[in-house]
Design a protein around this ligand. Structure first.
Ligand SMILES: Cc1ncc(COP(=O)(O)O)c(C=O)c1O
Length: 500
């Protein structure tokens, strides 16, 4: 039988002035329970007895008991009385901190019933080390980003912020940024669009994910350039789309081959400005053939216009979207490489008929991108810093490309041939006969050089042995160190081959 609290256990302090009896009683009872003077499951005296013992009105005691009951400290048992609860609210609030190093149990994970989507996802990526090493692809120069200027713009924005900056915005994005992007795309990329067609997204990856969700059902065929950016193929796979690999040559995606493989595809994914990762620009003839196919088949084209601003020796090639007269093309671009990847901001220009669907999908997914980041980016663009940054980076990247080309010429003659590189943040180098890119890449990790074999980007058709060599993210010394390391590794491989 449970013990009833005695007056000893309920010794309670004096009531401070400006505190009501009710507030004081609740506080004293909570303290007595938490300090263990009133034990768990202990029965309290009846409200009548309690009121008499402490000289309180019975109504005050009844309301205080009700309050602590609703907070979870007391429980009432009909006909028996009021008890201190066995489990107190603090038991739930003070959960023990789990050890950060605890590895997730593979067994536990496999026992969770997963959706088809979850089962189609690949492994999560490894986080990349900093600073970037030679020859990390698809990465801009962090060391050259005007971080102080960005911080000034950010702090000015925050100092002058009104409450409007705290509220949700249209899922299509912060309107002044959409206007700035529409102006920029018209003048710099030959894109024909209104502000309402521009939707701010968390990068090209999200633009593609939204497009695929809105236009493809599981099993629907989609043309994907072969080779391609691995994130693109992973995304289509995760949604259960049927990837139709379409080979790429010097003229870009081979439209004829695509039609032969699957005339009825619902969507075509292309990188016409400079193919990822091979760097070819799609010819005018292929562009027209692709638009013609899309028009006749009522298919859509997703134009991934990633870092097309970085073209070093000739003017940037205008976007395919500018040639479209049938609302077939969605064009997506990103600030990940033009500015910095952690910003997670990009845009997609969509045909009028798809605007509302994109807005609804983005709202359902995650509402919109951070408004404060969008506002800072907007200032960066409209105050002219963006255009200036691109011009500056073009010069630095051209210089870094020159360093790579020169070092390869001097040290890798006969074993590695660099393709002509006119654009982007990476070059492609092909290995001499009999050399194996994966073996060299594995050995290069020992000297902390990152090599990405071309065949890691293929979907179906294996290519010759070569590497995608990022040059923009690293300075002259690191580029030369990378080439030195590559030269000694290739020498070892050639030596080994000769001795066999
Ligand atoms: C060709 C290509 N498309 C898309 C992406 C994804 O871009 P974002 O960071 O804007 O999602 C990348 C990233 O490297 C890329 O190289």
């Amino acid at each position: 039988m449970s013990k009833t609290a005695t007056s000893l256990e309920l010794t309670i302090g004096d009531r401070p002035s400006r505190t009501t009896n009710f507030e004081w009683l609740c506080k004293e009872l909570r303290s007595a329970i938490l300090e263990g003077r009133l034990k768990r499951e202990m029965r309290l005296p009846s409200t009548r007895e309690f009121a008499r013992r402490y000289g309180l009105g019975r109504g005050t005691v009844v309301t205080a008991f009700e309050q602590l009951h609703s907070e979870g400290y007391l429980e009432g048992k009909v006909g028996v009385g009021t008890f201190v609860n066995r489990l107190l609210p603090e038991d739930f609030l003070q959960a023990k901190r789990l050890k950060d190093t605890m590895p997730p149990s593979k067994k536990r994970i496999s026992a969770v019933p997963l959706s088809q989507y979850a089962r189609r996802l690949g492994d999560p990526p490894h986080t990349q080390s900093l600073p970037p090493r030679a020859f990390r692809p698809a990465t801009p120069a962090f060391d050259l980003f005007p971080l102080e200027l960005w911080a000034q713009i950010a702090s000015r924005r925050l100092r002058r912020a009104t409450v409007a900056l705290l509220a949700d915005v249209d899922p299509r994005g912060y309107l002044p940024l959409r206007q700035a992007v529409a102006d920029y795309l018209g003048s710099a990329r030959g894109v024909r669009c209104t502000t309402s067609q521009v939707i701010i997204v968390a990068g090209i990856q999200q633009a593609l994910d939204l497009t695929a969700r809105l236009t493809l059902d599981p099993g629907d065929p989609v043309w994907v350039e072969d080779p391609c950016f691995p994130g693109v193929a992973a995304m289509f796979r995760s949604l259960g789309a049927k990837i139709v690999p379409v080979p790429v040559d010097e003229g870009g995606l081979n439209v004829e081959q695509g039609r032969r493989s699957c005339e009825q595809a619902a969507l075509a994914y292309v990188t016409p400005a400079h193919q990822f990762p091979l760097g070819f620009a799609m010819t005018a003839e292929r562009r027209l053939a692709l638009l013609d196919w899309a028009r006749r088949k009522h298919a859509l084209i997703f134009e991934d216009d990633y870092d097309s601003e970085y073209r070093y020796f000739v003017r940037p090639i205008p976007a395919l979207q500018g040639l479209d007269r049938d609302e077939s093309v969605l064009l997506a671009g990103s600030f990940s490489k033009l500015l910095f990847p952690s910003l997670r901001l990009g845009y997609v220009v969509v045909p009028d008929r798809l605007i509302d669907k994109f807005a609804a999908a983005r709202f359902t997914m995650d509402r919109h991108s951070s408004v404060i980041d969008q506002a800072i980016l907007c200032d960066f663009i409209t105050e002219g810093h963006f255009a200036l940054h691109i011009r500056r980076m073009r010069e630095f990247y051209a210089e870094r490309l020159g360093t790579l080309q020169e070092a390869v010429r001097q040290q890798l003659q006969g074993v590695l041939r660099l393709d002509e590189t006119e654009a982007g943040v990476q070059a492609v180098g092909w290995l001499g006969q009999g050399l194996n890119a994966e073996q060299v890449a594995a050995a290069a990790t020992n000297c902390k050089v990152e090599l990405a074999p071309v065949n890691r980007f293929i979907l179906k058709k294996k290519r010759a042995e070569g590497f995608v060599l990022g040059f923009a993210a690293i300075g002259r010394r690191e580029l030369r160190r990378g080439v030195d390391c590559l030269a000694s590794l290739l020498e070892q491989q050639v030596g080994r081959k000769r001795s066999i």
